[in-house]
Design a protein around this ligand. Structure first.
Ligand code: NAD
Length: 357
């Protein structure tokens, strides 16, 4: 066995159905008296208001100002509200965008965070914060942004439309798939990754078939938690770097981009990560991990072409250049021709390249 380093992150996790009822007790446990509840605008805000109402006097207001990719302007506005209301904690109710705002506030104020995730993005389990300034997204890793408590309540996810659940779930799987061939993987994260992929692969078709299937919703949320811990624990590779670059350059939707790119990034890395491929393929009940992921996305009705989510055709060259210009670790060296082939297939929505001779 290879030697390894395993560092457990300190977040307290409460998982179940109806767990939002425990929010007040969790806030009191942290000594919170004046929580500011965060969300995205629109539907997310209505949910956040219900959560704030359940907190009673412990909540001082709702700020529905979270925006995808955590622009610093949105954080500055939120900080102003934190100051005006003298909030002593943030409660983030929503997906990765809302969690990101809570983390950005915690980074600057050290306020405690309680997160109630409503998508499968997994940000609540990571010490990672991506922020956008003048259209440029930069990412940092610091324990200061780790939430104190994550309260998973399956009931909060029942309204997540099946189409969003599908891509959000594939986004979660991407964390675990890359964790299986990560440079700093270890036996514990690999176990967690496999269980996360297994749980999501079983749950997502169940949600597509019946959006009110609570067992399937619970399985997806459980899998998302596990996959999020993988993202927090070990370094990612080509897939995450590519999605980050594509999202930033062409303003593509986060989870959809991950869903489309994942099978192709996996095919690219397959020959250099045979053990990870075998594990993923076995879980998906297939012999080719990349093909299995592509077919799963198809079964879930997810879009499989970057051109269908707003990437221009002439963006492929730009993305290849950006990926080549910023070197990073990957199990297989980053080669220009291979990348162009990967992105062309992903842009067209073609199946991933077969890797076995
Ligand atoms: P999101 O938070 O923007 O949510 C997607 C959409 O779903 C939004 O319109 C939201 O209002 C809606 N929604 C969320 N929950 C819902 C519910 N229960 N019912 C109905 N609608 C609901 O997107 P996301 O994919 O969850 O997160 C993406 C963001 O998170 C990106 O900015 C990404 O960079 C970041 N992220 C960060 C990390 C990290 O570790 N730092 C990890 C993953 C994602």
């Amino acid at each position: 066995m290879q030697p390894f380093v395993y560092e457990a992150l300190p977040t307290r996790v409460v998982f179940g159905a109806g767990t939002v009822a425990r929010l007040g007790a969790e806030a009191e446990r942290l000594g919170v008296r004046r929580a500011l509840v965060l969300s995205t605008p629109g539907r997310g805000e209505a949910q956040a208001r219900e959560v704030a109402a359940s907190l009673g006097d412990l909540a001082v207001g709702v700020h529905a100002g979270a925006v995808m990719h955590t622009p610093v302007e949105a954080t500055e506005k939120a900080l102003q509200v934190v100051g005006e209301l003298a909030a002593d904690a943030v409660v983030a109710v929503g997906g990765g965008s809302t969690t990101g705002l809570g983390k950005a506030i915690a980074l600057r104020t050290d306020l405690p965070q309680i997160v109630l995730p409503t998508t499968y993005a997994g940000s609540e389990m990571t010490p990672i914060l991506g922020e956008t300034r003048d259209g440029v997204k930069t990412t940092q890793r610091t324990p200061k942004v780790m939430p104190e408590v994550v309260l998973y309540d399956v009931d909060l996810t029942l309204g997540l439309p099946p189409s969003v659940a599908a891509t959000s779930g594939m986004n979660a799987m991407a964390h675990a798939v890359e964790a299986l061939y990560s440079k700093d993987r270890n036996p514990v994260t690999s176990l967690v990754a496999e269980e996360g992929i297994r749980s999501l692969a079983r749950a997502l078709p169940g949600i597509a078939a019946d959006p009110q299937d609570r067992e399937a919703r619970a399985g997806a949320l459980y899998g998302a938690w596990l996959c999020g811990t993988c993202l927090g624990a070990v370094g990612m590779a080509l897939h995450h770097k590519l999605c980050h670059a594509l999202g930033g350059a062409f303003d593509l939707p986060h989870a959809e981009t991950h869903t489309i790119v994942l099978p192709h990034a996996v095919a690219y890395n397959a020959s250099a990560a045979p053990d990870a491929m075998e594990r993923v393929a076995r879980i998906l009940g297939t012999t080719d991990a990349a093909q299995g992921l592509y077919e799963l996305a198809g079964r879930l009705g997810a879009k499989r072409a970057l051109r269908d989510i707003g990437m221009p055709a002439d963006g492929i060259g730009q993305a290849v250049s950006a990926a080549m210009a910023a070197p990073y670790w990957n199990p297989r060296p980053i080669e220009e021709d291979g990348l162009r082939d990967l992105l062309t297939r992903a842009w067209n929505g073609d199946p991933p390249r077969a890797w076995r001779a």
